[in-house]
Design a binder for this molecule. Structure first.
Ligand code: SAM
Length: 255
């Protein structure tokens, strides 16, 4: 955490060499603390909402979504829920998050009655009464934050209806040196300073930088999903500086 006297410039140079150090932040607590400013922060990020909408469309949900039940896991303040709703305006959506602060922000917006929010950890969906079968599951910027993604991925596969898609939207690098360098440069020149300026905290944004470098490459993530028995894996990236850095990985439960 950032509560010591180390100057930012000193810390910056130290941290640049230490992305592999253990991640010790309380992710949910940090999101609680950032919640009130989160929408302003992502609003300042060109393409954040556009790219979520792109990923939701890549699920190829049928029709207007009428009769479908979708899960938005790690919904945060509702940006991904909104993207899902745009892709399937008639669907019923259950949106789940572990952070009460992020959910409180989400609930402030005006949602159709078909959208409901549930406070639960991804690891404890059944205990919270969140049960499938779902006709689609969207997880935007969630899986990378899970201490152990595999049990959750196994539950998600089991919760999908036959043929239904799981879409993971996240910072997952393509494995190219160039992408790692761009990610590090954008983090230290834009994301960490802006996050600190808008929320007064930097730990969450330093964690973001480090967690992306440590997480699966996009190909490894697709392989991981296939390891859970999911099929028809599709990978697509985003335009602009996020090319090779942010991806949608869509995989389906076998029909
Ligand atoms: C970066 S935010 C993304 C929010 C939203 N999906 C979006 O695209 O704007 C990640 C969210 O995942 C939630 N989260 C992290 N770990 C979680 C877990 N184990 N179970 C449920 N939610 C979790 C956090 O509370 C946070 O709201």
């Amino acid at each position: 955490m950032s509560g010591d006297a180390t100057s930012d410039s000193h810390r910056h140079s130290r941290v640049l060499h230490s992305y592999a150090e253990p991640v010790t932040i309380d992710v949910t607590g940090e999101f609680d603390a950032a919640a009130a400013r989160y929408d302003r922060l992502v609003g300042a990020s060109p393409g954040y909402h556009r790219n979520l909408a792109r990923s939701a469309r890549r699920m190829h949900l049928p029709g207007s979504g009428a009769g479908l039940h979708l899960l938005d896991l790690g919904c945060g303040t509702g940006a991904s829920t909104l993207a899902l709703l745009a892709a399937a305006p008639q669907a019923r959506i259950t949106a789940v998050d572990a952070s009460a602060g992020m959910l409180a922000q989400a609930r402030q917006a005006d949602w159709p009655a078909r959208v409901s929010f549930v406070h639960a950890r991804a690891e404890e969906l059944a205990a919270a009464g969140v049960r499938g079968p779902f006709d689609g599951i969207f997880a935007a910027y969630l899986v990378r934050n899970l201490p152990d993604p595999d049990p959750v991925l196994a539950e998600l596969r089991a919760a999908l209806a036959p043929g239904a898609p799981l879409a993971i939207h996240d910072y997952t690098l393509d494995g190219q040196v160039r992408s790692r360098a761009i990610w590090t440069a954008v983090c230290w020149t834009v994301i960490i300073p802006t996050g600190k300026m808008l929320t007064g905290r930097a730990a969450l944004y330093r964690y973001l930088w480090r967690s992306v470098l440590r997480f699966n490459t996009v190909d490894a993530l697709a392989t991981r999903l296939r390891g859970h028995g999911l099929v028809d894996t599709q990978i697509a990236t985003m335009p602009g500086w996020e090319r090779g850095i942010v991806h949608t990985v869509v995989a389906r439960r076998a029909a």
